[in-house]
Design a protein around this ligand. Sequence first.
Ligand code: FAD
Length: 548
Amino acid sequence: MDPPTGPTMGPYDYDMLVIGGGAGGLAVAKEAAGLRQKVLILDLLTPSVRGSERELGGSSVNIDSIRKFLQQASLLGKALQDSQKYGWKLKENVPHGWSELVGAVQQTVQTRSQELKRELKNVGVFYLRAHGKLVEPHTVEVTEVDGKQRRLKAEIIVIATGDRPEYLDIPGVREHCVTSEDLLSLPHPPGSTLVVGRSPEGLELADILFGLGLPVTVLQQPAPVLQQPALQQPALQQPALQQPALQQPALQQPALQQPALQHGFDEKMAEMIDNHLLVSGVHTLQNCSLVKVETTEAKEDLAGGSATTTQQSSKGRLRVTVLTAQGQTEQTDFDTVLLTAGRKASTRDMGLECVGVQCSQDTGKILVNERDQTSVDHIYAVGSVQHGRPSTTGLSVHAGTLLARRLFIEDSTLCDYTNVPTVVLTQMEYAFCGLTEEKANATFGEDSVEVYHSYYWPLEWELPARNKYSCYVKVICHIPDQERVLGVHIMGPNAGDILQGFVAAMKCGLTKQQLDVTVGLQPGSAQVFSSLTETQRMSEALMMRGNC
Ligand SMILES: Cc1cc2nc3c(=O)[nH]c(=O)nc-3n(C[C@H](O)[C@H](O)[C@H](O)COP(=O)(O)OP(=O)(O)OC[C@H]3O[C@@H](n4cnc5c(N)ncnc54)[C@H](O)[C@@H]3O)c2cc1C
């Protein structure tokens, strides 16, 4: 049923029109409708280059949840290996069924999207599967999937159009590569995969696909070399039932020449992820630039038959040419090339310039003030389309909810964009909140910053004797301010879940002394935070002595 239109409130069809039905748009729309406003939300993304479509719910439903499911699939593979030590008599080499996984995930995404539509209806938000474009300051041109167009007026307009994967301008990339939007539309397992890019998304997917038993290579572009101090051997958090054969500490493995994550992530934690991948067996093409991607033979159309160069197929491979740091070209064949090289704001073709909404020239994202207001008074932006703000689902929901309250009830609460928790869903999960070590040092000076750190060994890892030196925590403190905690970084199983409580504690001004007097929960990994005694300075001093 079409949403009602017409001048029900002066010159406007709606009190608020939201363009974009991701986490931010849905939150602001639902909250506003709950505050008795007449709200319309539009959501439609043009299909990806390879034709993949998305359901209502934006990245949160269509990407974040898929990442979580894929991570779980990969972790279960690891658990299968461990299970023998726990007495399960499994046959070796249990195969993984890609199509079963894809079917289950797609079904779940559709169900979640349907639930969202029901929820919108229940709270009284009108929804149209349609593209929105500003044509006048208060007027949006609405284009539905069947091409039907109309113009609707709203008193307030919220842009929540998010971002999507960016294609590199390199020969063969658009024709032959896939992005995270397409991964689960592949009708066959990706096979041997080249992941292009050092983004969190790239590393997650590399680790996950490897965990599913696929050969994976990560292509890392050239970057400066980084040094890393060693950490003292960890004191065991739990009495060991049996002494496992010690494996090499992860930090002492031949370190990659550069951290995998650059996007404002802590450098040492990024390097630990690199090491985790390296130790796991993920290959890396270091300091190589992508030159071109081509097919090794004519590929068959998925529908079966005619040769095409644009469809992924189970037949034929992709030949990737890279330029090495030494200036040589090298070629390697892969089944799939997965692009994770960056994301681009969905602000093009939206008519922003014609109504005067200003965007950053660098990122294309929308410039907003502390009230999420754009350069046009009645037009707001929330979520990852905003320039210069962290971008997470939780933050988009929070910001959208607060925006509606500020607009429609007397609540002036601003969204706090500090201490936003973030998680990277590699098998060895990495979660953090607050400052990186680099940012803390730059802000307060190295002498004012103390970094406590420790490896830890989850108790359940002892039976299968997993690597003792892969789980790690780091707490960054501001010495002159009673060692107030500036940043918490965790690498290990369920790091994101462990982190959540620390986020609340940091909002309350958590100090190192408060961590020390907190009773640890036995048996549990997070108790490591109650017994952090070693600082990075100590480790560095030890390393220096060791080197003398
Ligand atoms: C790979 C990846 C990993 C991430 N990992 C995490 C994580 O671990 N934890 C976390 O909290 N966050 C994570 N995020 C970030 C999180 O997904 C986003 O910050 C959040 O979903 C942003 O929500 P949004 O509403 O701003 O935009 P989106 O979710 O991108 O939604 C935008 C919506 O707008 C629609 N749209 C676009 N243009 C138009 C138009 N002109 N007309 C109509 N509709 C339009 C699109 O269809 C889309 O549904 C990750 C993001 C990515 C991409």
